[in-house]
Design a protein around this ligand. Structure first.
Ligand SMILES: *Cc1c(COP(=O)(O)O)cnc(C)c1O
Length: 367
């Protein structure tokens, strides 16, 4: 048997007719840039998250970049964040010449360790940028409390967490902005690149709408230097169809995670859902000893696995060359050496999940 990390063709085969019709519809009216479906999607996602505004942008990286800029982050400002995330989180801070300040992560849910945030706050600190990594929410109540106490902005990187919740409140609705990615592998993915920012702030909303079209609110009149960062109408039309199925998509991922949790051997450390949290399992990541051996054994048996992430960001050359500061973040470093993500996506079939479980358990039985 062959089990891939993700097979996007399965979903496409199932819904092909709807997708083709949606695409035809856009070609019929020729409204490719900022067409009606973009504003419909913006409203749809904002409403789903429970905030006032949504702004479609070109990708999840730009969603972060434009949010940081709209929130006023500039040169030398310090932004507290996690070293255990996709590169874009920190790349965008550095693109603005601001300074990422790394705080270590929790060993159970892999999100930022909030107990270590306060001691990293200085006069230059402007923002906290938590990441709901793998779909598990960061401790947003505590982050909110700290931000209030020190007058800091919060921007949430929700690229992996569309639908994640803390006590019934959706990720993306806590901070001044929540950023989403519709990269094809994300829980809600389009047929290319796409992103979106949600916010309750009218100022941030207006600013991002201007930044995404070259810093302009009136055609050919430019108030500031911006970007060309729009979400295509074609992508928005596909995303509207996917948003209708979001509960089904996230529930199926949770169902697969539940089976893994129940049946995988106790010899590995399984992912964790904190009390009050709704985890959408963008990834199902286990902690293992002898990772390379297990990975190789599964590969021989046709099962793909991936290491997210092999090198924490405070150890990346691109970051080190700019921050000029040595960090020791033992939890992030240890997790990077032991973590392994297993196949999980809505179209993964039960018998495939059982096969993965059987092979992993057999590997540990032999030890
Ligand atoms: C995917 C991702 C991004 C970037 O999104 P793109 O759409 O690929 O630009 C940012 N942060 C995290 C945590 C991500 O997983």
């Amino acid at each position: 048997m062959r089990v891939k990390m993700l097979d996007l063709t399965r979903e496409y085969k199932r819904y092909r007719r709807e997708y083709i019709d949606a695409i035809n519809n856009i070609f019929d009216n020729g409204n490719f840039i900022l067409g009606e479906d973009v504003s419909l999607l913006e409203k749809n996602v904002a409403e789903y998250i429970g905030v006032k505004y949504g702004v479609g942008v070109a990708n999840g990286t730009d969603a972060l970049l434009l949010s940081l800029r709209a929130a006023g982050i500039k040169e030398d400002d310090e932004v507290i964040t996690t070293p255990f995330t996709f590169f874009a989180t920190v790349e965008t801070i550095l693109q603005l010449k601001a300074v990422p300040v790394f705080v270590d992560i929790n060993c159970d849910d892999f999100t930022i360790d909030v107990s270590q945030i306060e001691k990293k706050i200085t006069k230059k600190t402007k923002a906290i940028l938590p990441v709901h990594i793998f779909g598990h929410p960061a401790d947003m109540w505590e982050i909110e409390k700290i931000a209030k106490k020190y007058g800091l902005i919060v921007i949430e990187d929700c690229a992996q967490a569309i639908g994640s919740q803390v006590d019934e409140k959706k990720c993306g609705s806590f901070g001044i902005a929540g950023t989403f990615s519709f990269f094809p592998t994300k829980n809600i993915g389009c047929a290319g690149d796409g992103g979106l920012v949600v916010t309750d702030s009218e100022d941030v909303y207006k600013k991002i709408k201007s930044l995404r079209v070259h810093g302009s609110t009136e055609k050919y009149i430019h108030e500031e230097i911006g970007y060309n960062s729009r979400l295509d109408t074609l992508q928005a039309s596909l995303l509207l169809l996917k948003m209708k199925r979001i509960e089904e998509i996230n529930s199926r991922r949770r169902e697969i995670a539940k089976t893994y949790n129940l049946k995988l051997t106790e010899k590995i450390k399984k992912p964790f859902e904190k009390k009050g949290c709704y985890h959408i399992y963008h990834q199902y990541s286990i902690l293992v000893e002898k990772r390379e051996n297990l990975k190789g054994y599964l590969k021989e048996n046709g099962i793909d696995t991936t290491v997210y992430y092999p090198l924490p960001l405070h150890k990346q050359k691109a970051v080190l060359s700019l921050i000029k500061k040595e960090y020791s973040l033992p939890v992030a470093e240890d997790i990077s050496n032991r973590i392994l993500s297993l196949p999980i996506y809505p179209e993964l079939e039960d018998h495939e999940v059982e096969y993965v479980i059987e092979k992993i358990n057999r590997f540990y039985d032999r030890l």
